[in-house]
Design a protein around this ligand. Structure first.
Ligand SMILES: Cc1cc2nc3c(=O)[nH]c(=O)nc-3n(C[C@H](O)[C@H](O)[C@H](O)COP(=O)(O)OP(=O)(O)OC[C@H]3O[C@@H](n4cnc5c(N)ncnc54)[C@H](O)[C@@H]3O)c2cc1C
Length: 395
């Protein structure tokens, strides 16, 4: 097993790092590192800069604009972007709908949607979860009834991230009544968010932010041509897509950057005649997170080495989601501990902490917001079940 980058991989990393230093807009980076909310235009601006460079869809086949990079190069790129403070790329079009269309779509669907996703013309969202159907996704109840040349959709989706920005939603709907095997009779549809009968209502998270929504469908008419794969075989599509969703949750580069910010911040905080950074108890907690992050990075490299050798990692890929999100949460907890009362958003910030003003003002809302990471993209309990059953062979 080889945990090291080859000379060409190191050269590639240097090239990406230099390009990011020159092309990542400072105002966008500042928003990211200070945890300010990114709007649709912020997200699309960065998307389009990468699209012009030809780096927006590394994993796509070359004929559709992919870069032809190896899996290791793709990982290096993602980590460098996270570390540099680049805005996250919204995965719904690029990393979820597109792979589905490439595998299951018709030529017409690919021609129609992929170039628009690539250029950032369309903003997508994901309509899987429903009230009562999250972990048990196959119990979903939204229906699509076929009538002449269209489906008529009724039902509700929930937790729909960024639906308020979205032009399109991909949805799992029931096209046949639920029978003994609930995974049967589900279909995968592409729905234009401007279609009459769609209502988007915000769900405010406990940090006061608006990123998720409820989406209601009342007699929404969708052309038959927007069905992906066979009618009733949407579960096959859904499973394929969830595999892609879980690949992108470790966010190692971002956590490395945040760990460094935390260390800088702890050094600036006085504690018993020295700094908080020198406090053995704080140091102990900090070191634990740092070690976990190093271990996660090695686990990731282990998966990459498997992929480099042509072997797809199995269910153990869920470890990236579990550990990655636990580390993200642990970092927010340590930042709160380091900032103490200064982490209150309503507290006036003083001169002595000017460098960290905006950063600290965002800590409490961010701490609250990050409770989500162990729930979304399949909760960590469900990921543990997957590892237990499929990687460890437990009953
Ligand atoms: C911020 C955020 C954004 C999201 N964005 C989207 C989106 O864009 N599109 C979308 O479709 N969905 C989205 N989701 C929904 C997400 O996928 C679900 O919240 C998640 O799958 C959990 O489902 P649930 O909320 O219904 O909880 P439940 O499934 O009701 O689970 C409740 C608790 O029970 C545990 N649990 C459930 N079943 C088991 C089991 N078998 N074994 C052990 N423990 C179990 C869970 O781990 C959890 O702790 C988002 C969620 C959040 C929080």
């Amino acid at each position: 097993m080889d945990f090291n980058y080859s000379p060409s991989e190191r050269a590639f990393r240097d090239e990406v790092t230099a390009w990011l230093a020159a092309h990542l807009p400072v105002d966008l980076r500042d928003k990211v590192v200070r945890y300010e909310e990114l709007g649709r235009e912020d997200l699309l601006r960065w998307h389009r800069i990468l699209a012009r460079k030809g780096w927006i869809a590394p994993a796509w086949p070359k004929e559709w604009g992919g870069t032809g990079w190896s899996v290791v190069e793709r990982y290096i790129f993602e980590e460098a972007c996270g570390y540099a403070g680049a805005p996250p790329l919204i995965p719904f079009g690029l990393a979820m709908c597109a792979p589905v269309l490439l595998k299951f779509g018709t030529d017409a669907q690919r021609q129609r949607f992929l170039p628009r996703i690539y250029r950032g013309d369309d903003f997508w969202c994901q309509g899987y979860s429903e009230p009562g159907s999250g972990s048990d996704l196959a119990s979903l109840r939204a229906t699509a009834v076929r009538s002449a040349d269209r489906y008529v959709i009724n039902g509700q989706k929930t937790w729909t991230t960024l639906a308020h920005h979205a032009d399109w939603i991909f949805c799992l709907v029931r096209t046949a009544p639920r029978d003994a095997r609930k995974q049967e009779g589900i279909s995968f549809l592409l729905i234009d968010m401007k279609t009459p009968g769609i209502t988007v209502r915000p769900l405010m998270l406990m940090d006061g932010g608006h990123e998720v929504n409820e989406v209601f469908f009342d007699d929404v008419e969708v052309p038959l041509e927007n069905l992906v794969h066979e009618e009733g075989k949407g579960w096959t599509v859904a499973k394929y897509l969830l595999g892609h969703e879980r690949m992108n949750t470790a966010r190692i580069g971002t956590s490395r950057r945040e760990l460094e910010a935390l260390k800088r911040f702890a050094r600036s905080q006085p504690k018993d005649g020295c700094s908080l950074y020198d406090d053995p108890r704080f140091r102990d907690r900090l070191s634990r997170v740092e070690i976990e992050l190093m271990a996660l990075s090695l686990t990731n490299l282990r998966f990459l080495d498997q992929l480099r050798g042509g072997r797809a990692p199995g269910a153990e890929i869920s470890l990236l989601k579990i550990k990655g999100t636990e580390i993200q949460q642990a970092l927010t907890e340590l930042m709160m501990q380091a900032a103490g009362p200064l982490a209150q958003p309503f507290r006036p910030l003083d001169e002595a902490h000017a460098e960290f003003d905006r950063f600290m003002a965002a800590l409490a809302p961010r701490y609250c917001n990050y409770r989500k990471t162990t729930i979304y993209a399949g909760s960590n309990e469900i990921q543990r079940n997957i590892v237990a059953k499929h990687a460890l062979g437990l009953p």
